[in-house]
Ligand binder design. Structure first.
Ligand SMILES: Nc1ncnc2c1ncn2[C@@H]1O[C@H](COP(=O)(O)OP(=O)(O)OP(=O)(O)O)[C@@H](O)[C@H]1O
Ligand SMILES: [Mg+2]
Length: 472
């Protein structure tokens, strides 16, 4: 079932329900108020008649049935004409004492239960269909007790025609049978028009989106002129396409960089093996070639490990297992391990300014971060330079500062060094730099611990890397 049919089905069902409810309430309300009017009229006539009967004129004879006199009295005092109904006065035995000469004269017989009701001074209404001589007509009769000197002495029967009520009922029903389908028809046509108008931008959106393939993510949807929710939807989709374009570009860049990084050691290995095979070599020469091949294999292994780590972090598979660790101990141990590396580079590594601090962190990952940052500070240093590592607890949190007197980072590069495969100096020697993955992994790990890294560098003078971690 398409959305248009679904919408119309719901719309029409809701409309139908509302119209039916409305008609029902109107119908019942109109009938109720008309019935109330009839009942009140019968009641006031009965009440006035019984009042007269309870106080007969001194020495006066009862009014005879069907006499003009009786009808005149009713008409004069009560404004009740005999043609609209009838009034009868009945004694306790059920014998009629007086009555009007109305044609609406049903054959009324009260059962003992109804008689008992009157005797306890309670009135009641009864409807009669097809009274004598009047086919298809209905009348309502009110039975009202008369008490004379606190004794039940008969009752008044006041009958009124229900013809007007019946004709109003049938008129209302006729009206509803015409008006309900008409309203439904008009609302259905209106619903189709409104729905078509509302759906047009969605149809347009769907056809436009079909034209934007993965290779055409530079395209944007034309915005509708109206400033409404539809425009907001178009804007949100455009923003989403822009985000997709950016991440597609990043993926493309990433796979290009990754394959380039892996191809370089392979090309080197291939070249070295080919050279070795070209002629007979001495054992030392073969050993040199094997050492070089081994270096390239180690390099490739590291890149692949880093790529795996990045893939895991992207797919949220990498788990950070935090526990209480002594950060000073970890940093001191690292400094000891990197001491030789620094010495070979003629760089002084100083790790003495450290507070004894415990933090909640993953020791393996934290070690990985500081190895890369201290290693970078040594790698990108100058001969005779120095690296200072300090650890302090400040109000904002725990900060590890790695300060070097190295080559520094240009302003335009400092924002990019945390990007994957980014190297500030693209032409540097292979043995100095890595693949440019280290800092992006560091950033991910530190942020995963609720911290952040900031870099402050002066090109040609040195850099300060500050790693902030939350207090445990
Ligand atoms: N202390 C530093 N001084 C100067 N430049 C730096 C320093 N640390 C990082 N950089 C620059 O930032 C770039 C990115 O560093 P990152 O650690 O991500 O990669 P890498 O060291 O080149 O390779 P990898 O860490 O993957 O082996 C480096 O190539 C370098 O140009
Ligand atoms: Mg590095």
């Amino acid at each position: 079932m398409n959305i248009r049919t679904k919408f119309l089905l719901w719309f029409n069902s809701a409309n139908f329900l509302v119209i039916i409810l409305f008609s029902l309430v109107t119908y019942l309300g109109a009938i109720h108020s008309m019935e109330e009017g009839i009942d009140n009229r019968l009641h006031s006539v009965a009440e006035a008649t019984s009042y007269i009967m309870e106080r007969p004129p001194q020495g006066g004879a009862p009014l005879a049935c069907g006499t003009r006199e009786f009808e005149d009295i009713l008409a004069a005092f009560l404004g009740y004409s005999g043609s609209e109904g009838f009034v009868r006065i009945v004694d306790t035995e059920g014998r009629m004492i007086s009555c009007t000469s109305s044609p609406l004269f049903p054959d009324i017989k009260l059962n003992p239960k109804e008689m008992a009701t009157l005797k306890i001074n309670k009135h009641f209404y009864k409807d009669y269909g097809n009274p004598q001589g009047l086919k298809d007509k209905k009348i309502r009769v009110l039975f009202f007790p008369i008490t004379y000197q606190s004794k039940f002495s008969g009752y008044v029967e006041v009958g009124g025609s229900l013809a007007k009520l019946e004709s109003m009922k049938s008129s209302l029903l006729k009206l509803f049978t015409v008006i309900i389908p008409l309203i439904l028809l008009v609302s259905n046509i209106g619903g189709i028009l409104i729905f078509n108008k509302g759906l047009r931008p969605i149809m347009f959106l769907s056809s436009e989106l079909k034209n934007i393939t993965a290779n055409e993510l530079y395209k944007r949807l034309p915005l509708p002129s109206s400033k409404d929710e539809i425009r907001e939807l178009f804007e949100s989709i455009n923003e989403m396409i822009a985000r997709l374009e950016k991440s597609f570009e990043q993926v493309r860049q990433f796979s290009g960089d990754a394959s380039h990084e892996l191809r370089t050691p392979l090309t080197i290995m291939k070249g070295e093996v080919e050279v070795a095979m070209r002629s007979e070599r001495t054992v030392e020469e073969y050993q040199d070639i094997l050492v070089s091949v081994l270096e390239e294999i180690e390099r490739m292994t590291r890149i692949i490990e880093d790529l795996l780590l990045i893939a895991k972090s992207d797919s949220k598979e990498m788990i950070i297992e935090k526990r209480n660790i002594n950060l000073k101990d970890i940093l001191c141990e690292l400094c000891e391990q990197l001491c030789m590396f620094a010495e070979n580079k003629d760089v002084t590594l100083n790790c003495s300014d450290m507070d004894d601090l415990m933090i909640m962190a993953d020791p393996l990952r934290v070690r990985q971060v500081f190895v890369n940052i201290i290693e970078n500070a040594i790698k990108y240093n100058v001969q005779g330079g120095s690296v200072n590592v300090s650890l302090h607890e400040l109000e904002k949190g725990i900060v590890v500062e790695v300060r070097d007197t190295g080559i520094g980072i240009r302003k335009e590069d400092s924002g990019k060094i945390f990007d994957r495969f980014y190297r500030a100096d693209k032409s540097r020697k292979r043995e100095i730099g890595g693949a440019g993955l280290g800092l992006s992994i560091c950033k991910w790990i530190i942020e995963g611990h609720g911290g952040h890294i900031v870099v402050d560098s002066q090109f040609g003078k040195g850099s300060i890397f500050k790693i902030w971690l939350p207090k445990s």
